[in-house]
Design a protein around this ligand. Structure first.
Ligand SMILES: O=C(O)c1ccc[n+]([C@@H]2O[C@H](COP(=O)([O-])O)[C@@H](O)[C@H]2O)c1
Ligand SMILES: Cc1cc2nc[nH]c2cc1C
Length: 365
C-alpha cells in the first residue's frame, strides 16, 4: 500500500523502451505481412513492454474502477439532469442495470465502485466502497473543489485500490465515472493544464441545451479566474484540488497507482481523460502505461488529444462515461495479446518470407 502521495510519486518509473524493439521484431516474424495488423501491433508491443518482456504475457483478470461523486458547481445550472441521478445510477450500476454493468459482465471485467463523496447513502455491497464522507465538492466557480489534504487522500485511495487489485491477481485496470455535472470540472482541468479556452472546448455533457453551453463555459471561465488569482503558481495536484472533483481525484490515483505498479490502465471518455490529464501533469511517465480507449463525442476531445499527443483506440461517437468505452477497448487489448502470444512465426510455419514476399508482389495481388 502507498502511505503517502510522495511515496506514490516516488514509485513511478518509465517503462523499458528497449523492449519495444524486441516486441517489434517478434511481431515482424509472425505469419502476416509486416505491420498488417495495424494498431493492434502497437497495442501488443506496448502491453509486452508494460509487462516487462514476459512471454507469453497475461492481461486478465480485469478490474474496472468506477468512481462516483457529486459536484457543488451543479448549483450554477451547468447540467441538464437532476443531481439525484448520481445516487440512482450508483444503485443501478450495482444492481446490474447500467450500460457498464451489462458491458462489464459481457466483457469479463469485475467492477469496483468507489463512492468518492455523493449526496446519498452508499449501499452495502461487496463491490462498493465509500472513500469520502462529504456529500459533494465545493462549487469551483466560487471556492476550491476540496482541500489539498482531501485531494491527496482521494488520490491515495484510488492508487491503493490498484494495490489491493494487484494483490488479488488483477492484471489490467480501467477507469470510469458517474457524477452529474462532472464535465464542468473536467473541462476546467483541461483548460488549466493545457492552456485551452473554455469557450472552445465546453460541450453539452449529458444533454445540456445549446443556449446553456455558453453559460457553462462562462462558469468555467469564472472558476479558472478564481483559481489563477488564488494560486498563481499552482502545481498539478493543487490544480486538481482547486478545479477538479472527488471522483476525478480518485481516478487520477488509479492511473498513478497502476503506472507505479507497472500495470496497464485503460482510460474511458471525457471525464476519465481529465483524471488521466491530472496524472499526466503530475508525472508524464503515466503515458507509458495508459491506453486512451475511445474518442468522446464531447466537442473539445480532439483538441485535448492533440495536447496529450494521443490518438484514441476507438471512435464510436460515444459520450456516456461509466467506463463503457474502456470495456470495448479491453477486448481489443485481449486481441492484441493473443496475436502476440499465440500466432505462429514464419519459422514455426515453415514459410520463407524472403521468397514469399517477391512472389506475392509479382502476382500483383
Ligand atoms: O465520458 C464521456 O465522454 C462523457 C461525456 C458526457 C457526459 N458523460 C456522463 O454524464 C455525466 C456528466 O455530464 P454533465 O452534463 O452532467 O456534466 C457523468 O455522469 C458522465 O459519466 C460522460
Ligand atoms: C441516466 C444517466 C446515466 C449516466 N451514466 C453516466 N452519466 C449519466 C448521466 C445520466 C443522466
Amino acid at each position: 500500500m502507498f502511505r503517502s502521495f510522495q511515496e506514490l510519486c516516488s514509485a513511478l518509473a518509465a517503462s523499458d523502451k528497449s523492449l519495444l524493439a524486441v516486441a517489434q521484431n517478434h511481431l515482424n516474424n509472425l505469419t502476416k505481412p509486416v505491420g498488417s495488423l495495424g494498431r493492434l501491433e502497437e497495442f501488443a508491443a506496448k502491453l509486452f513492454t508494460i509487462y516487462q518482456g514476459k512471454f507469453p504475457f497475461e492481461t486478465d483478470p480485469a478490474l474496472h474502477v468506477l468512481a462516483a461523486a457529486d459536484h457543488g458547481v451543479y448549483a450554477e445550472g451547468v447540467a441538464q439532469n437532476p443531481q439525484e441521478v448520481t445516487h440512482l445510477m450508483i444503485l443501478n450500476i450495482l444492481s446490474g442495470g447500467a450500460a457498464i454493468s451489462v458491458l462489464a459482465k459481457q466483457n469479463a471485467m469485475d467492477i469496483l465502485l468507489l463512492d468518492a463523496g455523493h449526496k446519498g447513502v452508499c449501499p452495502e455491497h461487496g463491490r462498493a466502497r465509500k472513500i469520502n464522507a462529504l456529500e459533494m465538492s465545493g462549487n469551483i466557480a466560487r471556492e476550491d473543489a476540496m482541500s489539498l489534504e482531501l485531494c491527496e487522500q482521494l488520490v491515495l485511495a484510488g492508487a491503493n485500490a490498484v494495490c489491493e487489485g494487484v494483490r488479488k491477481g488483477y492484471g489490467i485496470f480501467s477507469i470510469g465515472e458517474m457524477g452529474i455535472a462532472n464535465t464542468t470540472p473536467a473541462t476546467a482541468l483541461f483548460c488549466e493544464y493545457f492552456g485551452l479556452d473554455p469557450f472552445e472546448i465546453t460541450g453539452p455533457g449529458a444533454g445540456l441545451s445549446k443556449e446553456r453551453i455558453a453559460h457553462k463555459a462562462k462558469i468555467i471561465g469564472q472558476a479558472l479566474h478564481r483559481h489563477k488569482n488564488t494560486y498563481p503558481n499552482a502545481d498539478a495536484l493543487q490544480v486538481l484540488a482547486s478545479l477538479g472533483g472527488f471522483e476525478i481525484a480518485a481516478l487520477c490515483g488509479v492511473v498513478l497507482g497502476a503506472s507505479a505498479l507497472k500495470h496497464p490502465v485503460i482510460i474511458d471518455g471525457f471525464i476519465s481523460t481529465a483524471a488521466y490529464a491530472a496524472a499526466y501533469s503530475i508525472n508524464a511517465i503515466v503515458k507509458d502505461y495508459a491506453f486512451l480507449s475511445h474518442a468522446s463525442a464531447e466537442p473539445g476531445y480532439q483538441k485535448i488529444m492533440r495536447c496529450l499527443g494521443e490518438k484514441p483506440m476507438l471512435d464510436l461517437s460515444m459520450r456516456l462515461g461509466e467506463g463503457t468505452g474502456a470495456s470495448l477497448a479491453l477486448q481489443l487489448l485481449r486481441s492484441a495479446k493473443v496475436i502476440y502470444n499465440e500466432m505462429a512465426t514464419f519459422a514455426d510455419a515453415n514459410i520463407e518470407i524472403d521468397t514469399y514476399l517477391p512472389k506475392y508482389h509479382a502476382d500483383g495481388q
